[in-house]
Design a protein around this ligand. Sequence first.
Ligand code: HEC
Ligand code: HEC
Length: 301
Amino acid sequence: MKNVLKWIGIVLGTLIGIILIVGVTMFALGTARMNKTYDFPPSNIELPTDQASLEFGKHRVETLCAGCHGADLSGIEKWFNAGPLGTIDSANLTSGEGGFGREAQSTEDYVRAIRHGIDPEGKSLFMPAVTSTSHLSDEDLGAIIAYLKTIPPVDHTTNGKNFKPLALILYTAGVIAPLPVEVVSHETHVSAPERTASVEYGEYLVNTNDCHVCHGPDLAGGPFPDPTITKISPNLTPGGELAGWTEEQFINTIRTGVTPGGHNLDPEFMPWKDYRLFYDEELQAIWLYLQSLPKLPQWTK
Ligand code: HEC
Ligand code: HEC
């Protein structure tokens, strides 16, 4: 009996030892991957100074960035709070104390963050939206950066990403999605279709405004990007509910958050309060693009 217990002890002890070694190794690998530095060729984007471009930059920031960076763009603490995995604050984009506008040395520092997903030192950022913002054209990016340089400074020091060891282990294991810098295309120059109500411009708007992040790669619906939320995003192709809508009903849904069927879209999950600021022609373009998609069944787990 004593011998059996001794052997059980040895086996258990060895197992715990192996688990610890594997855990520590995965943690170390995750940390090294997280701290890796990157460099990309400069974009040499020139910042516009005319009023129309600044106005367009403001419009882009209000529809795309403010939802995560706050109405005054001073950053949101614990923007992502996943208990045992850690927390992430979104950045203060102003030139106040603790703001990116004070830290950034050049236009390229902005481009590195928004197009490539890295900080001024070249280290990876955890800003999932980079999968969308990396598609912004040189012209749009220039307008956005020019506008950001005019916003009022707000003093607010945020803490960026604070991953706990478990998050780094799961990251190495591939359970947590790769960082944006590891997946986006890193083009040096990006152009956009003309700003009109066309299918092409609609596709550009959908690609740059996070629709794919929630509604899936083919827009047939998908899991919520935050793994702690079980909500599933609906199908936006003509295979879903939108098949029976008119353009006017689509625009009205985004403007009011109420679907033609009377369903209230929860702004916690579907950021229609940001998207309701889209110009008519932008919503028309998005509608035309969604209508042009192949008819697909709703994505399920
Ligand atoms: C889905 C949410 C989300 C959206 C949308 C978003 N951001 Fe961010 N952003 C974040 C988070 C979170 C961080 C902090 C990332 C980190 O510290 O790793 C961040 C960080 C940044 C940084 C800081 C880089 C640094 O080195 O500290 C800049 C600049 C930035 N965002 C600009 C923008 C701009 C401009 C837009 C709109 C075009 C935008 N972001 C849209 C969530 C978002
Ligand atoms: C952060 C996740 C997220 C993003 C980003 C997002 N959506 Fe949604 N969307 C949802 C969820 C979740 C719902 C369902 C909301 C509910 O039922 O309360 C939804 C609902 C909708 C609906 C109603 C569909 C129906 O069948 O009732 C439309 C239309 C829509 N989204 C369009 C868009 C477009 C266009 C974009 C990009 C400009 C976009 N969404 C970006 C999560 C998102």
